[in-house]
Design a protein around this ligand. Structure first.
Ligand SMILES: Nc1ncnc2c1ncn2[C@@H]1O[C@H](COP(=O)(O)OP(=O)(O)OP(=O)(O)O)[C@@H](O)[C@H]1O
Ligand SMILES: [Mg+2]
Length: 245
């Protein structure tokens, strides 16, 4: 069976800067896959490439067996909002919540492509059950939420479109360890209960590898290691470079 997400030899440049070089990787349906790497390694660029927020200079990306992005100029890549309809949702780095909107309005934004208001209302109730803190704060402006609550809301907003694949860019960034643990527990449930495939980018390599079944290590735009997460946790190079052991 083909992988759900397939990245084939992609290169991405910002002017003279090559952020990704000939990167290939795959995510199977049902997996939690982690991508670890230092600041500036190209992690966010890879997620942006998947949702076509940056263009490819080389290579191609397929989702559910269909090419959704390619470097070839004559082939049009699928725009971000249509990728969302096909089942990919991105929770961007730094969360990008709408601070002046309430929690409820933010969730509505996540469902802007869902035309059935009954379905949207039902989905929101599901989110409030899954993240009770959001239910309690539904009428509150998002800027008044804590960092962890805002991250939960960003995840809930992405889930409003009922994605098959969720891309998470550093969900633990800037949060206290207990809050990070909370968020990773939710990610585990999203994968196990809701059967959403997860692709997770993190600088917190230990958390990411413990939460995943497969991992990739990105250095200066190059994939330097690919293995099961268990093997990466035991890998001497990973332990020295990413786990501080
Ligand atoms: N819009 C842009 N224009 C020019 N250079 C960029 C742009 N976005 C990213 N870069 C550069 O591309 C490289 C990869 O950046 P990227 O944001 O993908 O890294 P990252 O691994 O997500 O880093 P971090 O852990 O800090 O979020 C860096 O050298 C960065 O400076
Ligand atoms: Mg980043």
């Amino acid at each position: 069976m083909a992988a759900m997400l397939e990245i084939n030899g992609i290169t991405v440049r910002y002017g003279a800067i090559e952020a990704l070089h000939n990167v290939s990787m795959s995510v199977d349906e049902g997996d939690v896959v982690a991508l670890i790497g230092a600041n500036g390694a190209g992690k966010s660029t890879l997620l942006k490439a998947i949702v076509n927020q940056v263009s490819l200079q080389e290579g191609s990306i397929s989702f559910k067996g269909e090419v959704v992005s390619t470097a070839e100029k004559h082939k049009k890549s699928v725009p971000t909002h249509l990728l969302s309809q096909r089942g990919i949702a991105l929770v961007p780095e730094g969360r990008h919540v709408f601070a002046d909107m309430t929690v409820e309005e933010n969730l509505d934004m996540g469902a802007f492509l869902v035309k059935d208001p009954v379905a949207v209302a039902k989905k929101k109730e599901e989110m409030y059950d899954f993240f009770p803190i959001l239910g309690a704060r539904r009428k509150q402006k998002t800027r008044s939420l804590s960092g962890g609550e805002q991250q939960m809301m960003a995840i809930a907003r992405a889930l409003m479109s009922s994605p098959h694949l969720i891309l998470l860019d550093e969900p633990g960034l800037g949060l206290a360890p207990l809050v990070v643990q909370d968020i990773f527990n939710k990610i585990h449930l999203i994968n196990q209960q809701d059967k959403v495939t997860v692709f997770l980018v993190e600088q917190n390599a230990r958390m990411a590898l413990k939460a995943s079944n497969k991992g990739y290590c990105l250095e200066n735009g190059n994939i330097v290691l690919a293995d099961s997460s268990d093997a990466l946790l035991r890998n001497d190079k990973v332990r020295a470079a990413y786990l501080g052991e």
